[in-house]
Design a protein around this ligand. Structure first.
Ligand code: NAD
Length: 253
């Protein structure tokens, strides 16, 4: 991964942060995209001296102009893009009877629309034959769960988006895959409004809903993303990869 140019969204926390750190530790030039300067500074300062360069890009992925600026500045700095990791995402509960149009739109905008737009802007700059895209989907993209309707639909769309662009970009040798994590301990649920005690209970329950007996870690997801983005995965495209302690096999909730 040395000197590869890697854009990671949602890099200020959770899976995005762990992914940005792993690529940088392996010598990549990482463009860490997020909205929180302090957290991104902290990511950069946590890395060893031997790590690749980390360029911080403050951007809200809902805003076209901020995505445009980020891509232009990345290409100005590094000339091209090797890997795009779309990790920024949000989750809010809600079912068919109580999901507001506003919440639906928010999840579709961050989880899907921004992935489409950023990918579209990056593709002309992604290195042919070795470049690739990894989207962070969810077990909620492949399995139906009640009371997370908009989230499930947004992630199912990310998986289909991934398969479609894998076909469209194959002629250029550009690969696209998604990862589908089960429950991972990050800020996602609390940001989405889950209270602390409810989150504790949810993690406890995750020991049963995940056959391997525990929720996952951001570092575990980063390792799969890293593999899929590497040349070791050179014949893998259009896949949606479960990384969920076996949860998709049971669909328990
Ligand atoms: P997280 O909340 O720690 O990280 C999400 C990141 O996305 C945050 O840094 C947040 O600031 C950023 N983000 C959200 N909206 C943004 C916007 N408009 N502009 C820029 N950045 C924005 O949670 P996480 O679990 O690391 O989530 C990463 C991805 O993993 C998400 O796509 C999520 O859906 C997916 N995922 C998480 C889990 C889980 O259980 N944590 C399971 C499956 C999939």
């Amino acid at each position: 991964m040395k000197d590869k140019v890697v854009i990671v969204t949602g890099a200020s926390s959770g899976i995005g942060r762990a992914t940005a750190a792993l690529f940088a530790q392996n010598g990549a030039k990482v463009v860490a995209v997020g909205r929180n300067q302090k957290d991104l500074d902290e990511l950069r300062s946590s890395l060893p001296k031997s790590a690749g360069e980390v360029k911080i890009q403050l951007a809200d992925v809902r805003e076209h102009s901020q995505i445009d600026r980020m891509v232009v500045e990345t290409v100005d700095s590094f000339g091209h893009i090797d890997v795009l990791v779309n990790s920024a995402g949000i989750l809010k509960g809600g079912n068919i009877e109580d999901t507001s149009l506003d919440d639906w739109d928010k999840m579709m905008t961050v989880n899907l629309r921004s992935v489409f737009y950023l990918t579209q802007k990056c593709v002309p700059h992604i290195t042919e034959n070795t470049g690739n895209i990894v989207n962070v989907s969810s077990v909620a993209g492949t399995r139906a769960f009640p009371n997370v309707l908009a989230y499930c639909v947004s992630k199912a769309a990310v998986d289909q988006f991934t398969r479609c662009i894998a076909l469209e970009l194959a002629a250029k040798g550009i690969r696209a895959n998604s990862v589908n994590p089960g429950v991972v301990v990050t800020n996602l649920h609390s940001r989405g409004g889950m209270a602390e005690d409810a989150y504790e209970a949810f993690l406890e329950r995750s020991k049963e809903t995940h056959p391997l007996g525990r929720p996952g870690t951001a570092d575990e997801i980063a390792e799969l993303i890293y593999f899929l983005a590497s040349d070791k995965a050179s014949w893998i495209t259009g896949g949606n990869y479960s990384i969920d302690g076996g949860r998709a096999l049971t669909c328990a909730r």
